[in-house]
Design a protein around this ligand. Sequence first.
Ligand SMILES: Cc1cc2nc3c(=O)[nH]c(=O)nc-3n(C[C@H](O)[C@H](O)[C@H](O)COP(=O)(O)OP(=O)(O)OC[C@H]3O[C@@H](n4cnc5c(N)ncnc54)[C@H](O)[C@@H]3O)c2cc1C
Length: 393
Amino acid sequence: MDFTLDEKTNAQVLKLHHFIKTELHPLEEKVEVKGELDANLASEIFEKSRTQGFYGMNIPVEFGGGGFNAVQMVYLEQEMGQTTDPLVRRAFGNVYEVLLACNEAQRQQWLLPCVKGERTCSIAMTEPDAGSDSAGITATARPDGDGWILNAHKCPVGDGMFSDFYVVSARSEYVEGSRGISLFLVDRSMPGVEVVRDMPMMGLRGSTHAEIKFDNVKLGPEHLLGERGRGLSLLLSTIGRIRLFHIGARAIGMGRRVLKMMTERANHREQFGKPIGEFQMIQQMLADSLIELNCAHLLVLDAASEIDRGLDPREKVSMVKINSAETLGKIADRAVQLFGAMGYCKDFPLERIYRDCRVLRIYDGTSEIHRMVVSRGLMKKGVEAILGNHLAN
Ligand SMILES: Cc1cc2nc3c(=O)[nH]c(=O)nc-3n(C[C@H](O)[C@H](O)[C@H](O)COP(=O)(O)OP(=O)(O)OC[C@H]3O[C@@H](n4cnc5c(N)ncnc54)[C@H](O)[C@@H]3O)c2cc1C
């Protein structure tokens, strides 16, 4: 398979690389120390990003987006992955593909303002008693006239303190399992919506993770996103792209940044009269990191190319989610070791990267849940249905 980039995407990748290096990297430490991004700086970054065409790159051109396909997005997201979560969120927003399920009227109110960067949204699926089991939610949307009354308790909701509206999952029909759950577009300003608090996390300083209560929120029929009772399958079918881009590709981008730091250090840090890169145990760290990073890179491209060919690479997306998260975890751990005291010290970004990347194995489906998806798919469909039968071509 040839993954050479076309001229337009290549130019966009270079532009993005320059933007992240010059505009975002210098802010990382400030955000980490302060625990937030100054509001004026945030709007400055946003404006620069928007005018350079970095907003909604994943959204079709007809809705005002960049129209980049999945393989092209992998390269762009790898660049975005080379900085921190709060800066990525403020610079590039959350333009989730699930909003493409909006009907014509909803597009004007919910999708288009997101693509333009005027509003931002979060996905509120997890509850205190329902995480991995996303069909086990207790949130309800009780039919009321031609609309609904929503009651829900959701947390954590990534970027929830900043968001103008939420895509909320709630049970609208009393049938067993994943059927019966619908998605609703809920504005933060609606009566009954209470953003309770920002949940403190181990890392990702400067990003917010909200606990939100929806108490008898009155919703009209225009708030239903997609088909009634089929919300979970809609969410899970579009969330695959989040896993591929936001976790798969971004983790590889950060892995590249860390490996560059490791290589530089191995060449220049001297102990026992020679660069530490001359010691075989350090060489093994470097070699293993490069091998694993390249495998992860090819796996994400492979899954993305299947999406572009109209296939549904469900197991491959789960493989990417597991592999990218674990690969970055291993590389970040080796990097801390290779840097010694400076790897553990807050003077250097590695300590933060090591903490931040731990969550990749937890959110958007834990590694255990994705392994379950992979093995179930394998047992049901067989090896060749997932990996492709090259003999048949
Ligand atoms: C920083 C952060 C941001 C988040 N952002 C969002 C967001 O924006 N929107 C949102 O809706 N949610 C969000 N989440 C929630 C996240 O998606 C859940 O944490 C995740 O789905 C796991 O659910 P849980 O934490 O309830 O763990 P649980 O489901 O309680 O799992 C606990 C442990 O049991 C294991 N386990 C569970 N079931 C099985 C099984 N069948 N087989 C084997 N092992 C199993 C899990 O792998 C895990 O190790 C976020 C979480 C974090 C930490």
